[in-house]
Design a protein around this ligand. Structure first.
Ligand SMILES: NC(=O)c1ccc[n+]([C@@H]2O[C@H](COP(=O)([O-])OP(=O)(O)OC[C@H]3O[C@@H](n4cnc5c(N)ncnc54)[C@H](OP(=O)(O)O)[C@@H]3O)[C@@H](O)[C@H]2O)c1
Length: 243
C-alpha cells in the first residue's frame, strides 16, 4: 500500500537512509535544516526508486519551524501515514560539572521539544492516515549513560517516556514506537567523536562493528509495518547494551 511518510532530518545519516529505504511506491516528505544539497540528492534517489519526494526546510528546534514543517505536510498531502521523528544531535559535549543553561536548552529543544511538538501537530494528519504510526529516535545513551553527553542522554530519555505516554494516549488510533540506536557511523559523530573513540566503540561491540544508517532504517520499517507494536523501544546496538 502507498504510504505518505514524513521523515525529519532526512538530509543525512539515518533519516536519509530511511527515506531511500522506504521510497518505492511511497510519498516521502524529506525534511532538512541546513543540508539543502544533500536533501536534494535524497529526493532524487527517492524519485529514482519509484517514490514521490517533497522537500521541506525548517529549524525544528523552534516552535515556528515545527509549525512550518507540519503545515507543509498538511498543504502538500492533507494526511500522513507515518511520522519519523529523526532530526536530532548531540550539539556539543559538556562535562557534568560545567553545564550551561543555554546548551541544556538547545539540546532539549533539538531532540525533545521538536519530537513532542511535531508529534502533537501531526496527530490530526495521522488521524486521516491508514494504520498511522510515529517512530521516534532515542539512543543507547538512555540505557547506560554517556559521559560528556549526559544532557543529550537525558533529552532522549525524556523521549523514551514520551513514547510510552503518547502510545497509551493515542491508542488504538495511532501507534507510537521508538528505536534506540547504538553507535551508528553517520555525520552525527563528525564534530563530537574522535576516530579513536569510534574504534573503541567498535572493539567493545559484540558484533564487532559499529552500526550503519541502513541498519536503523530496517528497524524503523519493522516498527512501521508491525501492527501489534506500540509503546515499544527497539534497542539496536550490535550487543553493546543487552538487557
Ligand atoms: N549516529 C548515532 O550514533 C546515533 C546514535 C543514537 C541516536 N542517534 C539519533 O539518530 C537521529 C539521526 O542522527 P544521525 O546519526 O543520522 O545524524 P546526522 O547525520 O547528523 O543527521 C541529523 C539530522 O538532523 C537534522 N537537524 C540538525 N539540526 C536540526 C534542526 N535544528 N532542525 C531540524 N533538523 C535538524 C540534520 O539536518 P541538516 O543536516 O539538513 O541540517 C540532519 O538531517 C538523531 O536523533 C540522533 O540523535 C544517532
Amino acid at each position: 500500500m502507498t504510504k505518505t511518510i514524513l521523515i525529519t532530518g532526512a538530509s543525512t545519516g539515518i533519516g536519509a537512509a530511511t527515506a531511500r529505504f522506504l521510497a518505492a511506491g511511497n510519498t516521502v516528505l524529506i525534511h532538512y535544516h541546513r543540508s539543502q544539497d544533500a536533501a536534494g540528492q535524497v529526493a532524487a534517489d527517492v524519485q529514482a526508486a519509484g517514490g514521490t519526494p517533497h522537500l521541506v526546510q525548517a529549524d525544528l528546534s523552534t516552535e515556528d519551524g515545527c509549525r512550518t514543517a507540519a503545515a507543509f505536510a498538511a498543504e502538500t498531502c492533507g494526511q500522513l501515514d507515518v511520522l519519523v521523528n529523526n532530526a536530532g544531535g548531540l550539539v556539543r559535549r559538556c562535562e557534568a560539572d560545567r553545564l550551561e543553561w543555554q546548551l541544556m536548552y538547545d539540546i532539549f529543544a533539538l531532540n525533545t521539544f521538536s519530537t513532542m511538538m511535531m508529534s502533537s501537530l501531526c496527530v490530526p494528519l495521522l488521524d486521516r492516515g491508514t494504520d498511522p504510526c510515529i517512530v521516534n529516535l532515542t539512543s543507547i545513551a538512555i540505557r547506560h549513560g554517556a559521559p560528556t553527553a549526559t544532557i543529550y542522554g537525558a533529552s532522549k530519555g525524556a523521549l523514551d517516556v514520551f513514547t510510552r505516554g503518547l502510545a497509551k494516549e493515542l491508542a488504538p488510533r495511532i501507534r507510537v514506537n521508538a528505536v534506540a540506536p547504538g553507535v551508528i557511523e553517520t555525520p552525527f559523530h563528525d564534530q563530537v567523536t574522535t576516530p579513536e573513540r569510534l574504534e573503541q566503540f567498535r572493539a567493545s561491540t559484540p558484533l564487532g562493528r559499529n552500526g550503519q544508517a541502513d541498519d536503523v532504517a530496517h528497524a524503523i520499517r519493522f516498527l512501521i509495518e508491525n501492527r501489534f507494536a506500540t509503546g515499544e523501544t527497539l534497542d539496536l546496538n550490535g550487543g553493546l547494551f543487552m538487557r
